[in-house]
Design a protein around this ligand. Structure first.
Ligand code: ADP
Ligand code: MG
Ligand code: ZN
Length: 615
């Protein structure tokens, strides 16, 4: 395409030329304008000298009068409105003249006074901004591109050396992407057989699962340049800039092929075009340019486009058509094994005790993303430093899991004894309901030490074996467990508190999903009444049913939760002695492990038989 040979000189070079020119101008030209050998005199002096015939030559310029004395010295003076000047000069016998001002044609005058400078300014400006773009393309100094245009970086080269090894637990994604790596390494192999590589692959998944990391790893593995731009950088641009930037990105990529173009957060530009007049014109232009570029380039050259998004539902369908991002790479939250591997990858970078059980940490960190796991390791290292230790321990990691899940311990928040007691019963309420149902994840830890996220205490359940298919019974049990805290408060204190807000929210969400999406209610059966609009970001839903149905759904949700609450309440009532004993124990110890909890429960329910073992 654009095969112009570009000089690769540092930007400083051009600045130096301009500087040099200025210095030369000052040194060589200015002296003529202000020649120190010309004596400046006032107009009176000039008149005297002419009157006394001491002047030999006079030159009247349009802003001054230059004259030479009979003494051969040069003088100058300002112009005056002096109608008799000519007369007097003539009388003085001096030679005198004035500049001949050429009468320019009006066209020429406009040309010279306006257009020429403008052309110069634009020309020079263009020249330099082009240099700046190239400069930005050269790696370091890409910030320079920010001058007056936009603050987007055009691309960064892959210098990070990130490899697939640095990405853990995303085996499926790595497998798909390794084909792209292979293609970038041996395009000939694919060409020979007539196979066309997909032009683009779209990495989709929740935030922090390693999409950006994977894209970098592809470039690192294939050892090719990595052009990256983030969709959000386009948003704040001036009209037309986004499209220009896309064009520029692809032009550069074409010159550097084989290479990778990575568009992060592609949903920022690739969102659905809504067809409204006066919609987001700029974004549409940018998207259109992207589509045009993707169609226009020849993938056999070895330019592979990767993009990442956590909102795949919002992408314009045009982006997903064959020949564009036709390959979809799911980058999901890691499973138990994945979490363990990710922890290990990040533990390589810190000083960690050799006997750490990463599996246990991974189990406790259910639902954590790669970014959160990286954070957990770092948080553990920080904790070790705070304690003045040289290595990270299992306990550091486990505390960090809680920090990431629930925030830091708020040691300075003091609960009143009464509050502490209520929280203890509330938490044991959750734990006991969970323990008394067969299909519930075991209790791992219970604490009533407040956390910075606002929780006054919490019960941590850890699944022994992660599984992905949940039965209706398991879901109902979860709801019952959520309601267990409030049920305990009501049962013991005959009073309810604000402490259950989060439980209520989670129970409601789950109950709704059971009815509107999982087809688990007798009333509606297998009818989808809600659609997930934001699969990876909080799971927002839109209702797709009539108002009447919607009202009925609310009713069914209420009934479902109420039934589970009743179940929880009765469970606690039937096990009141255990509830009291455990709450008292928690109140005294503030944090207890799942083992301690089960131990107490067990001992109460299976008292050692008297007389056994006695002689
Ligand atoms: P995304 O782009 O999906 O939001 P990132 O790639 O930006 O996530 O991940 C952020 C950070 O989290 C990475 O730099 C890395 O330290 C860590 N991380 C995320 N996923 C993984 C993973 N699968 N393996 C190792 N580290 C990961
Ligand atoms: Mg990212
Ligand atoms: Zn609760």
């Amino acid at each position: 395409m654009n095969e112009v040979k570009r000089p690769r000189k540092p930007l400083m070079f051009y600045y130096a030329i301009v500087l040099l020119a200025l210095i030369l101008f000052n040194a060589l030209v200015m002296p003529f304008l202000a020649n120190p050998n010309v004596t400046q005199v006032d107009y009176g002096e000039f008149m005297n000298m002419t009157n006394e015939k001491l002047v030999s030559e006079v030159m009247i310029e349009d802003n001054q009068i230059l004259f030479k004395g009979k003494n051969d010295k040069l003088y100058r003076t300002g112009l005056m409105n002096d109608p008799e000047l000519t007369q007097r000069l003539y009388a003085s016998g001096a030679k005198f003249s004035t500049q001949i001002v050429e009468q320019m044609s009006p066209v020429l005058s406009i040309l010279l006074s306006w257009i020429l400078p403008m052309v110069l300014i634009i020309g020079v400006g263009n020249y330099f901004s082009k240099k700046l773009v190239e400069k930005a393309g050269g790696g370091a100094g890409s910030m320079m591109f920010g001058m007056g245009k936009s603050n987007a970086k055009v691309y960064v080269k892959s210098t990070s050396g990130i490899k697939f090894d640095d990405v853990a637990g995303e085996d499926e994604a790595k497998e798909i992407l390794s084909e792209i790596v292979d293609f970038l390494e041996n395009p000939k192999k694919y060409e020979a057989i007539g196979a066309k590589m997909p032009k683009g692959a779209l990495l989709v998944g929740p935030p922090g699962t390693g999409k950006t990391l994977l894209a970098k790893a592809v470039a690192g593995e294939a050892n090719v340049p990595f052009f990256s731009i983030s969709g959000s950088e386009f948003v704040e641009m001036f009209v037309g800039m986004g499209a220009a930037k896309v064009r520029d990105l692809f032009r550069q990529a074409n010159e550097k092929a084989p290479c990778i173009v990575f568009i992060d957060e592609v949903d920022a530009i690739g969102g659905k075009r809504d067809g409204r007049i006066g919609g987001n014109d700029e974004r549409e232009q940018t998207l259109n340019q992207l589509l045009t570029e993707m169609d226009g380039f020849d993938s056999s050259k070895g330019v592979v486009i990767l993009a990442a998004t956590n909102r795949p539902e919002s992408l314009d369908p045009a982006l997903l058509r064959p020949g564009r991002f036709d390959r979809r790479v799911p980058v999901e939250l890691p499973d138990l094994k994945g979490r363990e591997e990710i922890l290990k990858v990040h533990a390589r970078k810190v000083n960690i005790q050799p006997n750490v059980d990463f599996g246990a940490v991974a189990r406790a960190a259910a639902g954590a993303s790669g970014a959160e796991l990286a954070n957990i390791v770092n948080e553990a290292a920080l904790r070790a430093v705070r304690d003045g230790r040289k290595t990270v321990t299992q306990a550091d990691l486990e505390e960090s899991v809680e920090v990431i899940i629930a925030g830091y311990q708020k040691k300075n928040r003091v609960l009143s004894d009464k509050e502490k007691m209520v929280v203890a019963y509330h938490e044991i309420g959750h734990a006991l309901v969970a323990a008394k149902q067969s299909e519930s994840a075991p209790v791992h830890k219970i604490t009533i030490i407040p956390r910075t996220n606002g929780a006054l205490g919490y019960t941590m359940q850890v699944e022994e074996n992660e599984h992905f298919l949940l039965t209706k019974e398991e879901l109902e049990n979860k709801i019952a467990t959520f309601t267990g805290g409030r049920a305990a408060e009501a049962l013991i204190f005959n009073q309810i508190t604000t402490g259950a807000a989060n439980d209520i929210e989670q129970a409601t969400r789950l109950a709704r999903a059971m009815i509107t999406r999982y087809g688990m209610s007798d009333e509606f059966g297998m009818v989808a009444m809600e659609q997930l609009t934001n699969q990876y970001l909080g799971g927002d839903t839109t209702l797709a049913c009539s108002d009447e149905t919607s009202n009925r759904i609310d009713q069914v949700v209420r009934n479902l939760i109420a039934a589970q609450y009743d179940k929880a309440f009765n469970l606690l009532k039937d096990n009141a002695p255990q509830l009291h004993a455990l709450a008292k124990y928690l109140y005294e110890h503030e944090t207890i492990t799942g083992d301690e909890f089960m131990d107490i429960l067990h001992k109460m329910e299976n008292p050692p038989a008297l007389g056994v073992g006695e002689g």
